[in-house]
Design a binder for this molecule. Structure first.
Ligand code: BG6
Length: 301
């Protein structure tokens, strides 16, 4: 309770932003303004939902999501850093890096002139995180909650040598039925098919879903659209500082194996992850910073 009072005193914004605890004990920040509502867990700076006013939820969170300290949450926007997928050298290291399961610190909250709310988080460096990442760097995530959702993942190299990172905003988008949507913006892109021995292939036309799908699109810096006739909307994904896009749906068997997707949950989600993965990892010189920035918007169809 003392922790919540301290956070609310220091960073709370009356009638707009407050800290609370969810069952399971994780602390979350809840934001409600005239434009949208959102919830973010301090563990992982993990955005759990974003609902523009008058719209259906845009971000998918599993009905069976567990909110347990040290465990990743199924759905929302997991932050993957400083590697994407399995670690290239250490097979025992966690998939998608280590920052999604550790506490982050709130460093700023503010109301913006257009009615949106801004909250920024910084990764807390500890002895445990140093095991995975023995480099000096700063990692921050800025989240702007408005009619548009903006996420800005900033890596600053504060050490004496270059660092190389992979990163992803591993967003689970809510869709009416994944079998009837199409993802546009990746036409002609080469991709790694993780379900076919990492073979390199080329996308023709929009991406549609009839089975398990797990692909890393390379050199894919264009914006994407998720066309969802069932919800009569499309989600526009704008991005900067991202050269890869990962498209993923676990389909039936993998979803069952995962155990936290909820019954038939795979039908109502698709991950379109703005990232820098595989060939597209980013090298940051001492003193420099890299921003992986995205914006999400809903448009009527
Ligand atoms: C995707 C990967 O980004 O994340 C998949 O491409 C993976 O291979 C999925 O299964 C979920 O990963 P996790 O670690 O959250 O279960």
């Amino acid at each position: 309770m003392a922790e919540l009072s301290r956070l609310n005193e220091r960073f709370g914004i009356r009638d707009q932003l407050a800290f609370s605890k969810v069952p399971g004990g994780l602390v979350v920040v809840e934001i409600v303004n005239s434009l949208a509502a959102a919830t973010v867990a301090l563990q992982g700076a993990h955005l759990l939902n974003w609902i523009p006013r008058g719209e259906q939820p845009v971000i998918w969170l599993s009905r069976d999501a567990r909110f347990i300290a040290g465990q990743s949450i199924r759905g929302g926007v997991p932050v993957c850093w400083p590697w994407f997928g399995p670690h290239s050298a250490h097979t025992a290291y966690p998939a998608h890096g280590f920052v999604r399961t550790v506490p982050w610190q709130v460093c700023e909250t503010k109301m913006l002139e257009d009615g949106a709310t801004f909250v920024a988080f910084r990764l807390l460096r500890t002895g445990a995180t140093d095991v995975f990442w023995p480099h000096t760097s700063v990692l921050e995530l800025g989240i702007t909650v408005g009619a548009t959702l903006e996420l800005d993942l900033m890596t600053r190299n504060t050490g004496p040598e270059s660092i190389t990172i992979g990163d992803a905003l591993h967003t689970y988008f809510a869709v009416s039925d994944v079998r009837h949507i199409a993802v546009e913006g990746l036409e002609g892109c080469p991709y790694i098919d993780k379900l076919d021995s990492d073979k390199r292939k080329q996308q023709s036309g929009p991406v549609t879903f009839k089975t398990e799908t797990d692909r890393i699109y390379l050199g894919a810096s264009a914006d994407c659209l998720i066309n969802d006739p069932g919800m009569q909307r499309r989600i526009r994904i704008g991005k900067r500082g991202s050269r890869s896009t990962v498209v993923w749906n676990p389909w039936i068997e993998k979803a069952v194996r995962m155990g936290d997707m909820g019954e038939n949950g795979y039908l109502n989600m698709v991950c379109v992850e703005s990232s820098n993965a595989a060939d597209d990892v980013v090298t940051i010189a001492p003193g420099d910073e890299h921003h992986l920035w995205v914006s999400y918007q809903v448009e009527s169809l």
